[in-house]
Design a binder for this molecule. Structure first.
Ligand code: NCD
Ligand code: ZN
Length: 342
């Protein structure tokens, strides 16, 4: 039984660090665990122009300055695609260093009321992104159908998108159902997907069974055992099309333990040890390495990680509350913990 597991420093290709004072704390939880973190733009206000991107970058850099050098991650920036955007704005995002634009269908998730209603609304944006080499990240849910069907009901739109923009790199974010896994597997090389820790670990029964755990409520909602199996198999298959994005989405405890609970799982504090435990139990610890530290960077055209992280097999109890937020696996004892980094 190995007691230490060394891997290249993982990247997180989908995270919400929010804005303002909480950003300082949330950034701390990614520190020392991830080498690069792709920051989602659904802040308040959103990242919808270059001035706002520049301001957000300064806020993130201020948060990172409070973190020791050896634990600091590299932030990667995105912008939120809005129906009114023009080609010149997309080019200016690319010049300002954003690497991806995020498409949230109107009404699909937290802070998405202002999103486009269809890809046709943003044709100019998408063709400019294709020309500029920007990646399109998609929250792939159709909010007009029942909640468990939303992701698969969105796939025909992606099919049309692939035909219309054959050179656009597309990431379907936080994949959650079996049909979507098959769709990505069978799609062209410019189509990939992120997978979260919570969709690999849990099913809807972990959220709602004898009692209800709002801290596992997220978009897209956790699905069924066969879906989780398909996600696990996709990672174990070694396909380059699937890579890690935590979708760590902190909401203060009082916004989760209430009526109208907000969707989002605060997974960053526990995702890495929990995934090491999962893949170890599946007998495939090695499959975690390309999934978390290779394929995402390759898809985005980034260098391989230069640092490593070491985990040790030693019990670690996940805190009940971190900075006012209940994290994934709160109160549970995980079998691995972070030991150090190089
Ligand atoms: C995210 C959030 O809270 O910003 N929530 C979620 O349930 N995943 C938004 C998102 O990525 O959908
Ligand atoms: Zn998200």
């Amino acid at each position: 039984m190995t007691d230490r597991f060394v891997m290249p420093m993982p990247d997180d290709f989908h995270a919400h660090l929010r804005q303002g004072e909480p950003l300082m704390q949330y950034a701390r939880q990614h520190a020392g665990q991830f080498g690069r973190v792709l920051l989602m733009p659904n802040t308040m206000p959103p990242i919808f122009n270059v001035a706002r991107l520049t301001e957000y970058r300064a806020d993130v850099e201020r948060a990172l300055a409070a973190i020791p050098d050896s634990e600091r991650f590299e932030p990667l920036f995105t912008f939120k695609i809005l129906p009114s955007m023009l080609a010149a704005e997309i080019e200016s995002f690319a010049r300002a260093g954003a690497i991806a634009g995020k498409y949230y269908p109107s009404g699909s998730t937290t802070n998405a009321a202002d999103g486009p209603r269809s890809f046709d609304d943003v044709d100019e944006v998408l063709s400019t992104m294709e020309e500029s080499g920007l990646v399109l990240c998609i929250h792939g849910e159709n909010p007009e159908v029942p909640v468990f069907e939303r992701e698969r009901a969105f796939l025909p739109q992606v099919e049309r998108l692939l035909a219309r923009y054959p050179h656009l790199r597309i990431v379907l974010e936080h994949l959650s159902d079996e049909e979507s896994v098959r769709f990505v597997e069978q799609g062209p090389a410019n189509l990939a997907a992120t997978i979260t820790a919570h969709h690999l670990l849990f099913t809807v029964d972990d959220m709602i069974r004898d009692s209800m755990n709002p801290h596992l409520y997220c978009k897209p909602v956790l699905k069924f055992a066969r879906d989780r199996e398909a996600l696990r198999s996709a990672v174990l298959s070694g396909s380059k099309k699937f890579f890690f994005g935590s979708d760590s989405a902190p909401h203060p405890r009082e916004k989760k333990e209430c009526t109208a609970a907000a969707p989002g799982v605060y997974s960053a504090p526990a995702a890495l040890p929990a995934l090491v435990e999962l893949f170890d139990s599946l007998g495939s610890l090695d499959a975690l390495i390309p999934f978390m530290a290779e394929y995402g960077a390759a898809f985005y055209g980034l260098a391989a990680p230069s640092r490593t992280i070491t985990l040790e097999r030693a019990p670690w109890q996940v805190p009940q509350l971190i900075d006012g937020v209940v994290p994934m696996c709160a109160g549970k004892t995980l079998a691995w913990r972070i030991w150090g980094r190089n």
